[in-house]
Design a protein around this ligand. Structure first.
Ligand code: NAI
Length: 301
């Protein structure tokens, strides 16, 4: 099988000045993609800004023989997101791949979390992914091709104490992907979600330092490159990825329980075990398919 090459393709990677995004940009560029290396260059909590990190990564790519341009815009503002896409168009004439990776943390227990802390985290992760993808979307549609990767987290998929803002944003991205997979299908736009674990500045205080190498970003970027490639036919899917392990994460529905006639709260209580049964599962490809399952159950009852 041939190597996965990105010759002639243009990729945007947001938050590519550090950590995972940096590795995605380096890997895509090494495979021949022209890369817009976006990074606001702020602190982990999103405060501050610097053009240094994006510039350093773009320089590294050029030194390695690749093609890249730095961009210091903020994904969380509409003008910033539009400028990122405009950079791809003005520098390289097109955009094929959008890797939404930029992220910040404002961890707090829910009781202490301010509205500002909630909004700031959703603003970068969820709204930022919406804005950058939205700015690229008309170009992907017109050319009848696009690959979009969104960056979720186990914290959102499975829950995490002290991260109500982050978890909400990260699960919101799953909804965004599920909807856009349906809207993009006709135009060969595939949109998938990764939920990584990697040793970066974001996790340096959480993960044991002896796992730094074993959980390096280089074990995440290969999945991003595959999802960003023309050969990938998956869309609307979620994959957890870390340390060389990749697993599909499913949004599934159990067999359910159906009562004929009037339904009372007491009926729900009495059927609680059946309602919570998780086998056999169905994994609907969209809300329409889930509704068909419901209609079939109603017909059969
Ligand atoms: P990181 O802090 O090393 O990288 C995030 C980058 O995003 C930084 O370079 C930062 O400057 C940039 N950024 C932040 N706000 C921005 C904005 N408004 N506009 C443009 N750039 C901005 O962290 P890491 O670990 O590489 O995270 C990358 C993504 O992966 C994030 O979305 C994070 O939530 C996600 N993630 C990481 C995990 C891990 O184990 N490291 C676990 C699950 C998800």
């Amino acid at each position: 099988m041939a190597d996965l090459s990105f010759g002639g393709r243009v990729a945007i990677v947001t938050g590519a000045g550090h950590g995972l995004g940096r590795e995605h940009a380096l890997d895509l560029a090494a495979r021949g993609a022209k890369v817009v290396v976006n990074d606001l260059g702020g602190a982990l909590d999103g405060t501050g800004a610097s053009s240094g990190p994006a510039r350093d990564v773009a320089e590294q790519i050029r030194k390695d023989g690749g093609t890249a341009v730095p961009n210091g815009d903020n994904v969380a503002t509409q003008p910033g997101a539009e400028a990122i896409v405009e950079t791809a168009l003005s520098e390289f004439g097109r955009v094929d791949v959008v890797v939404n990776n930029a992220g910040i943390l404002r961890d707090k227990s829910f009781v202490k979390m301010t509205t500002q802390e909630f909004d700031a985290v959703l603003g970068v992760h969820l709204r930022g992914s919406f804005l950058v993808t939205h700015a690229a979307w008309p170009h992907l549609r017109t050319q009848g091709y696009g690959r979009v990767v969104l960056t979720s987290s186990p914290a959102g998929l499975f829950g995490s104490f002290g991260q109500a803002n982050y978890a909400s944003a990260k699960m919101g991205l799953v909804g965004l992907a599920k909807a856009l997979a349906l809207e993009g299908a006709k135009y060969d736009i595939k949109i998938n979600v990764i939920a990584p674990v990697a040793y970066t500045r974001m996790t340096a205080d959480l993960l044991p330092p002896e796992l730094a190498e074993r959980l390096g970003p280089q074990f995440v970027s290969p999945l991003v490159c595959y999802l960003a490639h023309a050969e990938c036919s998956a869309s609307g899917q979620v994959y957890s990825v870390a340390g060389g392990r990749v697993a599909r994460v499913l949004v599934a529905e159990g067999p359910g329980w159906l009562k004929k006639g009037a339904l009372r709260a007491e009926d729900v209580r009495d059927a609680w075990d059946q309602i919570n049964a998780d086998q056999p599962q169905v994994v609907p490809a969209g809300a329409g398919e889930q509704t068909e399952v419901l209609f079939r159950a109603l017909q059969d009852s």
